[in-house]
Design a binder for this molecule. Structure first.
Ligand code: MRU
Length: 366
């Protein structure tokens, strides 16, 4: 996607420096900063402290972490340690586990001397695969937007609400929830995006709003509590979110607050779709509420907030009394019954075991 007038991905291998580079998302939208990740500790910090975030991008970053670690120590012990340490960084997004399993299965049987190059090749493939999946999610999701547009006055945009950031910054490129939006814009279909701010870390305010502005897409930032009101007023045609882990039965785990949007959409008969590459499906699970581990994050994310001061500097301020006790679950589960459909790289299906089985017969077991 475009930043200024230059094309970027969220992570890439820089041929010139031979280093892995990322956009450090902690400073957006106020500062566009690129950093090199040159050792395993940097990768652990990048994922755990959310320099990068978003389920697909976390997986891609973990794949490159293996490459960098294999150039330093390609031993079997180092492979296992890297797997374990990275797995502990973020427990909910299943793409991390998927990428770690994939890399370890590839590298473990190889002689040590072949591991670095094999890891680099595979990390690059994982990134390309993610870009292609997200492009296809856009192609399929576009059909939904087109159908809604066909029933509207030609001068009225299709109004879409999204939660968190499931844009290109959360993937390698295109995004999941945003890919249908970007495809619609390419076809000159008018869209207007309602962007939930997404407390506590404000990925909507800081990342989605910035992304959409970079692509010149009409949008408005709304507080998390406003979505239900806009739905009641008839201002929302469609909700599209991403997901960090979806069960084989279609339950969807996504950024905290997604469930409430799904309830409000259900009450107002508004289609609620979830966009995901198949690497986000955990085929081993059938009950999202009981089985998906929900990441509990630092209370400082709730008690403090980052923003730009009048003098242009970026600072953090406290928004509650000193020592206020806090609970900070990072994700919630939306049961399949509240999800109108899943938009995947293979097409759109019902959020159900049967729906997923039709699109992915090779993964669905009884
Ligand atoms: O905590 P984060 O910022 O990693 O959470 C990200 C989300 O919840 C996204 O909506 C999700 O990963 C969708 S994938 C593009």
């Amino acid at each position: 996607m475009i930043v200024g007038n230059q094309h970027y991905r969220s992570i890439w291998f820089d041929e010139q420096s031979q280093h892995v580079k990322i956009i450090d998302q902690r400073w957006l939208p106020h500062r566009f900063s690129i950093v090199e990740l040159t050792n395993r500790d940097a990768f652990i910090a990048a994922i755990g402290d959310m320099w990068v975030r978003g389920a697909p991008l976390i997986g891609a970053t973990a794949a490159y972490a293996f490459y960098v670690q294999m150039t330093k120590d390609p031993s079997h012990q180092s492979l296992d340690q890297t797997y374990d340490i990275l797995l502990a960084t973020r427990p909910t997004a299943v793409n991390l586990q998927w990428a770690l399993n994939d890399m370890r299965a590839l590298l473990a049987p190889l002689p040590e001397g072949e591991r670095p190059e094999a890891a680099l090749t595979r990390a690059r493939q994982i990134c390309e695969q993610d870009v292609e999946c997200n492009r296809m999610i856009g192609v399929h999701g576009l059909t939904l937007i087109k159908k809604i547009a066909a029933h509207k006055n030609p001068f009225e945009p299709v109004n879409i609400l999204t939660h968190c950031n499931a844009g290109w910054l959360a993937t390698v490129d295109w995004g999941t929830a945003t890919s249908p939006i970007y495809h619609a814009v390419q076809e000159d279909i008018g869209v207007h995006i309602y962007v939930d701010e997404t407390r506590p870390r404000n990925q909507g305010a800081q990342l989605t709003a910035w992304e959409l502005a970079q692509q010149n897409i009409s949008h408005q930032l709304i507080v998390d509590n406003a979505g239900g009101h806009f739905m009641q007023q008839g201002d929302i045609d469609l909700v599209i979110t991403g997901t960090d882990r979806t069960t084989g039965s279609g339950d969807v785990c996504n950024k905290i607050g997604t469930y409430l949007k799904a309830l409000a959409a259900h009450d107002n008969n508004i289609p609620f779709y979830v966009a995901l590459p198949s690497t986000t499906i955990d085929w081993s699970l059938s009950d999202g509420i009981a089985q998906i581990p929900i990441e509990q994050r630092d209370g400082l994310e709730v008690t403090k907030i980052w923003g730009k001061l009048g003098d242009g500097s970026v600072a953090q301020v406290q928004i509650c009394p000193d020592n206020t006790p806090v609970a900070n679950p990072a994700f919630d589960v939306t049961p399949a019954r509240l999800v109108t459909g899943l938009i995947t790289e293979r097409g759109i299906c019902d959020a159900s075991k049967q729906g997923l089985r039709e699109l992915f017969p090779e993964f669905s077991h009884d």
